[in-house]
Design a protein around this ligand. Sequence first.
Ligand SMILES: NC(=O)c1ccc[n+]([C@@H]2O[C@H](COP(=O)([O-])OP(=O)(O)OC[C@H]3O[C@@H](n4cnc5c(N)ncnc54)[C@H](O)[C@@H]3O)[C@@H](O)[C@H]2O)c1
Length: 244
Amino acid sequence: MKGKAIVTGGSRGIGASIVETLALEGWEVTFNYCSKRDLADQLIEKIQEKGGTAHTFQADVTDFESSAQFVTKAREAMGGVDALVNNAGITRDKSLFIMQPEDWNNVINTNLTGYFNITRQLVAYFFKNKKGRIVNITSVSGLVGIAGQTNYCAAKAGIIGFTRALAKEGAKLGIPVNCIAPGYIDTEMTSAIPEKHIQEIKAMIPMKRMGTTQEVADLTSFLLSEKAGYITGQVLTIDGGLTA
Ligand SMILES: NC(=O)c1ccc[n+]([C@@H]2O[C@H](COP(=O)([O-])OP(=O)(O)OC[C@H]3O[C@@H](n4cnc5c(N)ncnc54)[C@H](O)[C@@H]3O)[C@@H](O)[C@H]2O)c1
């Protein structure tokens, strides 16, 4: 057993690849689903068929109590936690002049406050044990401005600040905290982008393609491994050269 990991938003997209990759590498993994229990169950079945171990519980990361209950259930199911991957996120893209308070609040509450709500349940435990690793999935939208994403860019940039500050708190206890900033990755989130715009995006990316969820999962696995033990407070960008 490599360790025990919690992954948020693990039932689809990048999160599902992270869950599956870690589980098949020998991690015991617990992930939340939001409302689609069937997707989460299918992923668990797939992992079990391949000899891995995973658990799932419903949780809404925008809610502090729901986050607390989820982390407690995960700790009980696995008998401990060694690593956390904050991944759950949403987009509500539109120009600021038509953005409604709910578009702003939903994105900040999920993508930024959600990371606080989950991480807050685990830091005391990690710090007390002097053991633990945290990977926060941010985005290139946290590094550069993207029109139509003022809410998302603000949240993703916030995650980077959160990560750097927490890395300083955890460093003397040997707890690495890092961010991964994906560029355009082929998932349901990006399938909302019209095909014509996808072609324009691919033309703009130096590698001329979108990234795969597996590529993000492999980087996450590396950051959670002993090999990455001296990396902390960093943003590892995975974007085919987009921000180079
Ligand atoms: N797809 C991309 O191109 C891309 C690029 C950069 C960063 N990201 C980031 O990667 C992460 C995963 O993105 P994805 O493309 O896999 O998205 P996705 O929409 O496929 O999956 C998001 C997951 O988050 C969960 N989630 C959403 N709101 C939640 C809530 N309130 N409580 C608990 N879970 C919730 C969903 O149930 C889902 O499982 C996000 O943080 C996203 O911002 C994605």
